[in-house]
Write a protein of this length. Structure first.
Length: 323
């Protein structure tokens, strides 16, 4: 046994709406409203010609909706936004959005969670993982893609030219992203300043704004990660990536290594610079910075044992072989 699950916020990030369209020659050229997003991801809008809110009209073409088949935080951010923004007037009949890490689970009528070829979203295409999704949109998945929309973390797109991520051809991602206007008129791209602003202005339904403050709440992994639905300012689809660790390890050196990595991740300026260059918001620069003292005291101290939530805590790990 490896002990309890430890889940912690890692960085602030976003779900960028990637677009493949003849007119989308640069990031932000096409701007999508909430009505557009709700229509596209519910299957109400199936052709770029149906998008009328963008000042620059997209080139007509059937939209291939590319989604993640694996569970993913990017899917959670997107569906959380759709749950807040979508209604019967801008969404396909029979579709109701809720925050989930599994996009296919929102379409049970398609049979066994399969979207592609089902009665809804007949042109959807599922891929596993961000790398596969980015490669597919870039035309490196064995299929020529000329008209599509998907969602990715910003570092898998060309909006972050300093990203260390590369595609299967060894080159940086050329994938273009749409600007998002939300319910307004100003288009926003998923840049570090815009993501930070979104994290700072959560909308209705935000949870876990402060860290756990007792042994009982500290024992619940879900309470260590803030949820940020429907920001009122900044980029509108944001959230916190997570780390998931086992609490107990069979080798003391592994315990020490995990703790050293987490400590550096949250406090080392070098790590902070790497995160920013990849289009990510360091936790110390976000509202979740208030979690860092609690993480240090109750996850990384490995000395007091007051909550028994520390990595390698002697009491919590007693009798467990560890990983």
């Amino acid at each position: 046994m490896a002990g309890n699950l430890i889940q912690l916020p890692s960085v602030g990030t976003a779900s960028a709406i990637a677009i493949v369209n003849g007119a989308a020659t640069k990031n932000g050229r096409i701007a999508l409203s909430d009505n557009d997003l709700c229509g596209i991801f519910s299957g109400l809008i199936t052709n770029f010609s149906q998008i009328t809110d963008s000042k620059v009209a997209p080139a007509p073409g059937t939209i291939t909706l590319v989604y993640r088949t694996d569970t993913a935080s990017n899917t959670l951010f997107l569906t959380g936004h759709l749950a807040a923004a979508c209604n019967s007037g801008n969404t396909a009949s029979g579709v109701t959005f809720s925050a989930t890490t599994s996009f296919a689970s929102l379409f049970p009528n398609n049979g066994a969670g399969v979207i592609s070829g089902g009665p809804l979203l007949a042109t959807a295409h599922g891929v596993k993982g961000q790398a596969a999704l980015a490669n597919y949109l870039a035309g490196l998945g064995g299929t020529s893609v000329t008209s599509a929309i998907g969602y990715l973390a910003p570092d898998w797109t060309s909006v972050v030219p300093t990203s260390l991520q590369t595609l299967s051809n060894g080159k940086p991602s050329p994938v273009i992203v749409a600007a998002l206007t939300g319910s307004g008129t100003v288009g926003r791209l998923p840049t570090v300043p815009q993501i930070t602003m979104g994290l700072t202005h959560p909308g209705k339904g935000a949870t876990n704004a402060v860290p756990p403050n007792s042994a009982a709440t500290g024992a619940n992994p879900a309470l260590w990660v803030p949820l940020v639905p429907a920001p009122t300012k900044g980029y509108p689809i944001v959230g916190y990536g997570t780390f998931e660790f086992a609490q107990c390890y069979s080798a003391p050196a592994v315990t020490a290594g995990v703790m050293a990595f987490l400590t550096a991740h949250y406090t080392d300026p070098t790590y902070r610079a790497i995160q920013e260059s990849n289009g990510l918001v360091p936790l110390s620069d976000s509202p979740a910075a208030r979690f860092i003292p609690a993480i240090t005291a109750h996850i990384l101290s490995n000395g007091t044992g007051d909550w028994q939530t520390d990595i390698g805590d002697a009491t919590a790990c007693a009798g467990k072989s560890g990983r």
